[in-house]
Design a protein around this ligand. Structure first.
Ligand code: CTP
Length: 422
């Protein structure tokens, strides 16, 4: 397990309609099953021309529904039973034709009938030619479905079945899965909460070509943003330049420099209940950035560096009784005296929790997928975690954050740092 088990034992109804992207839905099915979901596949007649029902049956170990009347074998409730017991319904790919039928409320096959009877959230992943996607009829259908609360994800730009390229390509299965997690987590322990997360390193410009940066990959911060999202939070992720930047359901604010991150955090601070500073923020920046490329010469080169603002300290000094912010979490990246240094930062930056991170270890820390951390609470408690994937570490940190917030609110205690993780 490397993430919260949102899909475990969830009833997922997966509708497949007749488009070439149906072959990708085989991969989606496999991912859903691996995540522990109980997947019932319903295929339209056209879908069966692209992929055989037996493929889905082999993956899900459940019968695939292709005909309306086959469900009458299922005693009392027949054709509406799947929709009624679903925790989520996904229709992927959703063709223009099925989109139109859904908008019109049609129930002319098992898939549209189930969608109409479904009380769970419905997630649509449209796929079609660009012309069909841009057609006024499809635009109107999309608007109607969104207004009724259906969630549409994609399509994206890319190569299409016709050989051309444009908008209409079905979004990839990993993103559909992320959208599912977001939908299923909406009522989680952080529902209604706003969480601000910072991630990655900052870059301080020396000239138009060069910068001073650090080795942070942003993986820890992105994992935290997803873990907060999966618990129902609205998440703002302020991040420096990073390589992987997909985070479905998370509002991303890209920045480059420490100053820009500082401004972005202060701007969003008023809207946040929780701030998690996982970013590796530059403590110094060049006193000036050359307008032209610095040319080499025979002389040595010195660069004057000046201090940047400490963002957490600025947040602490602005926090007041009116502030919505209830909980701040910092990270301590250390190469020596890990716990001593971390506890010092916890006190100086007036944090509720600090995650101490030994970055001298080769198997954890910066730029790798794993991390070994200790979570220190302002009330004196320590939780030492073993070597885990960053996603697992993020889950543990968010469990701790959610538990601490709950305790603080239960006690109705405003003083920060009076309770530990459960
Ligand atoms: N931090 C910050 N603003 C800065 C530098 C750091 O808000 N200008 C935050 C980091 O995001 C982290 C915490 O402060 O949550 C500790 O960062 P770290 O780099 O470990 O420590 P510093 O405070 O920069 O101290 P030092 O570099 O001397 O260890």
């Amino acid at each position: 397990m490397d993430e919260i088990q949102l899909l475990k034992n969830k009833n997922v109804v997966l509708g497949v309609t007749g488009g070439i992207a149906a072959y990708k839905v085989v991969d989606l099915t496999s991912r859903l099953v691996k995540a522990g979901a109980l997947v019932d596949v319903i295929m339209t007649e056209a879908a069966t021309r692209f992929v055989g029902p037996i493929t889905f049956q082999a993956l899900t170990h459940r019968p695939v529904v292709t005909e309306m009347f086959s469900m009458y074998q299922e005693t009392k409730i027949g054709h509406v039973s799947l929709g009624q017991r679903a925790d989520i319904m996904i229709i992927a790919p959703t063709t223009a034709n099925t989109l139109a039928k859904l908008a019109g409320g049609f129930a002319d096959n098992m898939l549209t009938t189930t969608a109409l009877a479904c009380r769970a959230p419905v997630l649509l992943a449209p796929a079609m030619e660009t012309g069909m996607w841009q057609n006024a009829a499809t635009r109107a259908n999309v608007d109607v479905l969104r207004q009724r609360g259906m969630i549409l994800i994609g399509p994206e730009e890319g190569r299409l079945a016709s050989g051309g390229s444009g908008a209409g390509r079905m979004i990839e299965p990993p993103q559909i899965l992320e959208a599912c997690r977001w939908l299923l987590g909406r009522k989680g322990p952080l529902a209604g909460r706003r969480v601000i997360v910072t991630a990655g390193g900052t870059r301080e410009s020396l000239d138009p070509v060069r910068f001073i940066g650090n080795r942070s990959s942003g993986k820890m911060g992105f994992a935290l943003a997803l873990a907060a999202r999966d618990r129902g939070a609205q998440v703002i992720l302020i991040h420096g330049p990073v390589q992987t930047s997909t985070a479905y359901g998370v509002k991303k604010v890209p920045v480059q420099t420490a100053d820009q991150m500082h401004a972005a955090v202060l701007e969003s601070m008023g809207q946040g209940d929780i701030l998690i500073m996982a970013a590796a923020v530059a403590d110094y920046r060049p006193a000036s950035s050359a307008r032209q490329k610095i040319k080499k010469s025979q002389d040595s080169l010195s660069i004057e560096l000046v201090r940047t603002a400490d963002i957490l300290q600025a947040v602490a000094s602005r926090r007041n009784a009116d502030s919505r912010l209830q909980l701040t979490v910092g990270f301590a990246a250390e190469t020596e005296d890990l716990l001593k240094n971390a506890r010092k930062k916890l006190a100086e930056k007036k944090l509720d929790l600090i995650v101490a991170n030994d970055i001298s270890a080769t198997d954890s820390g910066f730029a790798v997928d794993n991390n070994r951390v200790t979570i220190l609470d302002a009330d004196g408690q320590d939780i030492a975690l073993p070597l885990l994937s960053k996603r697992e570490v993020a889950e543990k940190i968010m469990d701790c954050v959610a538990a601490k917030l709950k305790k603080m609110n239960r006690k109705n205690a405003k003083p920060v740092g009076t309770s530990g993780c459960e």
